[in-house]
Design a protein around this ligand. Structure first.
Ligand SMILES: [Zn+2]
Length: 355
C-alpha cells in the first residue's frame, strides 16, 4: 500500500513537472536551490554571501564578483567561468531567472569551491611522487604536422619536467622515457600501482589550422556532460573520487602555463578520456599547444618553449602539493578564502564545508 502511494505521488510529481522551467526547491542552510531540467542550481547571490564576495569591476561583458584575492566572472547562457581571468568550462551553463544568475550546484561543489578553497581538499597521506605520462609513442605518433610530431614534443617536455621535479626533491616515475608504445590501460596501471603519487599526462593538440592555445582536462564529475563527455553518467567513475584534487591540480598547472607562455587560454575543461576515468590518483591531461598551427607548431618544437612548459608544470605541481599539505587556518571568518592557487599567497582560510 505504501509503495502504491509513493508510486502515485511520484506520478503526480512527474505530471506536474514542466518540461523546462525553474522550480524552487526547499532552501537549505540559507541556500535557495532551483531545479531546471533536472539540474540543481544555486543563486550567485548566495555564492557571494558564502565567500563574502561583492560586485566589482572585471571582465567586460561579464558579471564580476570577488574579494581582494579573487575575482570570479560569469555570464548568463555561458559555460565560461573565470577565476582571476583564468578560464574554466562549467558542466552546465549559467542560468538567469528573475534577474538572478544561477550556477549549477555540481559546478559550485566540484569546481568553484575546490578552486577557491583547495586546502579543504586535503587528501590522506602526502604526495611524494609524480607519474609523468608522455602521451603516445612508438607506432602511435599522435598529432603530426610539418612543424612538429606530438609524441616527440610530449617526451621532450616530460623529460624536462622530470629534471625539475627531482631537483625539488620529488620522486618521478615516467610511463615512458623513450619512444615506445604503451596502452592507455598500462599508463593508468603504473599510476595506480605507485603509492602517494599524482599523475600528469602530457599531450599536444591538433585541429583547425587557426586553432591554438593551451587547455587542461580533468575528469567530468558524474551526472554531468561536456563536449568531450557527451552523455551524463549517473555512476561515479574511480577517478571521480579525486574530483576536488583534480580541479585544484589543473588550476595550479594551467594558470602558470598561461601566465608563463602568454598562450591563448582554452580553459580547464572536462572530459572522460580513458587515462582519467579509472585512475585512483589526482590526475590531469595537459595539452601544451597545437602542432597543427604554423606559429604554435614551430614554437612547440623549440627547446626554449618546451622549457617554459616544463617550468609551468613543475611550478604548478609543487604549488599544488604545498597547498594541499598546508593546514587550513581557523579564523573567526570561517567563510572567506584568502590567497590563490593561481600563484598568489597559499594562505587559505575557512573551515566551512559545502554540503
Ligand atoms: Zn595526444
Amino acid at each position: 500500500m505504501r509503495n502504491l502511494l509513493r508510486y502515485l505521488e511520484l506520478m503526480l510529481v512527474l505530471l506536474l513537472w514542466p518540461a523546462s522551467g525553474f522550480i524552487a526547491q526547499a532552501d537549505s542552510d540559507d541556500w535557495q536551490i532551483w531545479k531546471v531540467d533536472g539540474v540543481e542550481y544555486v543563486e550567485m547571490t548566495d555564492v557571494c554571501k558564502f565567500y563574502r564576495y561583492v560586485p566589482k569591476e572585471g571582465r567586460p561583458g561579464f558579471k564580476n564578483y570577488g574579494s581582494k584575492a579573487h575575482t570570479i566572472s560569469v555570464k548568463a547562457g555561458k559555460q565560461d567561468f573565470y577565476v582571476n581571468n583564468y578560464r574554466y568550462i562549467l558542466s552546465f551553463p549559467i542560468r538567469e531567472h528573475n534577474g538572478e544568475l544561477l550556477i549549477s550546484a555540481v559546478d559550485m561543489k566540484k569546481l568553484v569551491d575546490p578552486v577557491l578553497r583547495p586546502v579543504h581538499n586535503k587528501q590522506k597521506g602526502i604526495i611524494t611522487t609524480v607519474v609523468i605520462d608522455a602521451g603516445h609513442g612508438g607506432h602511435d605518433a599522435g598529432a603530426v604536422s610539418p612543424w612538429a610530431r606530438e609524441k616527440d614534443c610530449n617526451l621532450s617536455v616530460a623529460r624536462r619536467l622530470k629534471v625539475r621535479l627531482e631537483k625539488a626533491g620529488l620522486k618521478v616515475v615516467m610511463t615512458r622515457d623513450k619512444d615506445f608504445f604503451l596502452t592507455l590501460g598500462q599508463r593508468v596501471a603504473i599510476a595506480n600501482q605507485t603509492p602517494n603519487c599524482l599523475f600528469v599526462s602530457i599531450h599536444h593538440n591538433s585541429g583547425r589550422r587557426a586553432a591554438k592555445g593551451i587547455e587542461t582536462f580533468t575528469l567530468a564529475p558524474h551526472g554531468t556532460t561536456s563536449p568531450f563527455a557527451r552523455t551524463r553518467r549517473r555512476e561515479a567513475l574511480a577517478g571521480n573520487n579525486q574530483d576536488s584534487a583534480n580541479i585544484a591540480l589543473a588550476t595550479a598547472v594551467h594558470s602558470r602555463a598561461i601566465r608563463n607562455t602568454g598562450a591563448i587560454d582554452r580553459g580547464i575543461q572536462r572530459a572522460r578520456f580513458s587515462v582519467l576515468c579509472t585512475i585512483t590518483r589526482p590526475a590531469i591531461l595537459f595539452e601544451g599547444g597545437f602542432v597543427s598551427n604554423p606559429e604554435e607548431g614551430r614554437l612547440i618544437s623549440t627547446p626554449a618553449y618546451q622549457d617554459k612548459l616544463a617550468d609551468s608544470l613543475a611550478q604548478g605541481i609543487l604549488s599544488y602539493i604545498a597547498t594541499i599539505q598546508s593546514k587550513p587556518l581557523k579564523t573567526r571568518n570561517t567563510r572567506s578564502g584568502g590567497g590563490s592557487i593561481h600563484g598568489g599567497s597559499n594562505k587559505y582560510r575557512g573551515t566551512t564545508r559545502l554540503r
